[in-house]
Design a protein around this ligand. Structure first.
Ligand SMILES: C[S@@+](CC[C@H](N)C(=O)[O-])C[C@H]1O[C@@H](n2cnc3c(N)ncnc32)[C@H](O)[C@@H]1O
Length: 330
């Protein structure tokens, strides 16, 4: 199989997903403005979602050490920036050392990105030079290519692990190509391996996370002229454990159709045929929300020509904040 990546527009990607076996809606499609708001609600209101609290505590306890070998003012790049809440810790730390910082948030949720950038301008004014990149991660990485100087690239909040494994490697390779030996890449990864905890986090009993996944259907109905009833799907989340170094553990997330249903989707020019008990997945590939052990993280990095220089974890061992470089420095 060729590993040449051909980018698709939204409609083409949805057509592929909804006509393949099994059928799926890509993860990124859940993130329009409403999806980003649901994402924020998951962080604040889903008490089962351990990742958020563990990541915040790991970052805040170690931020000085994480930034300690950044010896000149960097450009801060934020992949899948969302509400930029966690990045603000980095911005604040850098602004204690430098007069101003350039911040490049990259996010597919364009309206939400514009609102967040306005809020950040309101907080930091001219001390933060914000150069937003609305669009896909690949668009953002391509724009970094001609950017000189030291870059600290962050991928926080679980956005990295939501990609299929092949895309994780592909995008890490692209990033390593735009990094010099003085650039650093910081990614928060989920290292939890407890099935019950994970399944509760991704399909919490209060139903908050379901709103986020099902936003992909609301958006499909609105943008492409169909009327799929979300209540005809029973949502399931299943944790699949994997010790193999060349893969990771992951969550698979799908809706099981309660009935036979046929939906013409005029905007895509296709008919979605879901028989009773058929699954509609809410991610590309085998799974979403990958879970890693440290060997798996090292292997992933090496596949892309990167080194895991250091990592920090929380007391509950839920999150590893990982620090990568293009050349081994220790
Ligand atoms: C899990 S949220 C993390 C948000 C934030 N970094 C945090 O720490 O809370 C993932 C973010 O990535 C964005 N996103 C998802 N898929 C994307 C893609 N293919 N390209 C660019 N942004 C994407 C979403 O809009 C969302 O803001």
């Amino acid at each position: 199989m060729s590993d040449v990546f051909v980018p698709m527009d939204n409609a083409a990607a949805l057509r592929v997903g909804l006509t393949s076996t099994p059928k799926y809606l890509p993860v990124w499609y859940r993130y329009d403005k409403a999806g980003s708001v649901f994402n924020d609600r998951c962080l604040s209101d889903n008490t089962y979602y351990y990742f958020y609290r563990s990541e915040i505590s790991t970052l805040s306890a170690n931020i000085e050490e994480i930034l300690q070998d950044v010896s000149e003012v960097p450009t801060l790049v934020d992949m899948g920036s969302g509400n930029s809440e966690k990045t603000r810790g980095f911005i604040d730390a850098l602004l204690t050392k430098y007069k101003s910082v350039t911040y490049i948030p990259v996010d597919i949720s364009k309206e939400f990105l514009a609102e967040t950038s306005d809020q950040l301008f309101g907080i930091y004014g001219n001390k933060l030079c914000i150069k937003s990149i609305p669009g896909d991660y690949d668009v953002g990485i391509e724009r970094l290519r001609d950017m000189p100087g030291v870059k600290v690239i962050m991928w926080l909040g679980g956005g990295f692990q939501n990609q299929k494994y092949q895309d994780q490697i592909r995008r890490l390779k692209l990033l390593s190509n735009v990094m010099t030996d003085r650039c650093r890449l910081i990614i928060s990864l989920d290292i939890t391996q407890n099935k019950e905890q994970i399944e509760n986090a991704y399909l919490d009993p209060t139903g908050i996370s379901a709103d986020l996944y099902l936003n992909a259907i609301t958006r499909l109905n609105r943008e492409f002229g169909c009327s799929i009833n979300k209540d005809t799907l029973n949502l399931e989340a299943e944790y699949i454990h994997n010790d193999n170094h060349k893969e990771t553990s992951f969550v698979t997330l799908y809706g099981i159709s309660k009935e036979n249903q046929l939906h013409h989707i005029p905007g895509l020019g296709i008919t979605l045929n879901l028989a009773k008990d058929d699954r509609l997945y809410f991610h590309e590939g085998k799974g979403v929300s990958c879970k890693y052990n440290v060997d798996q993280i090292r292997t992933l990095a090496l596949c892309a020509g990167l080194y895991l220089e250091n990592h920090w974890t929380d007391t509950n061992q839920h999150v590893a904040v990982c620090y990568f470089s293009t050349q081994k420095t220790k």
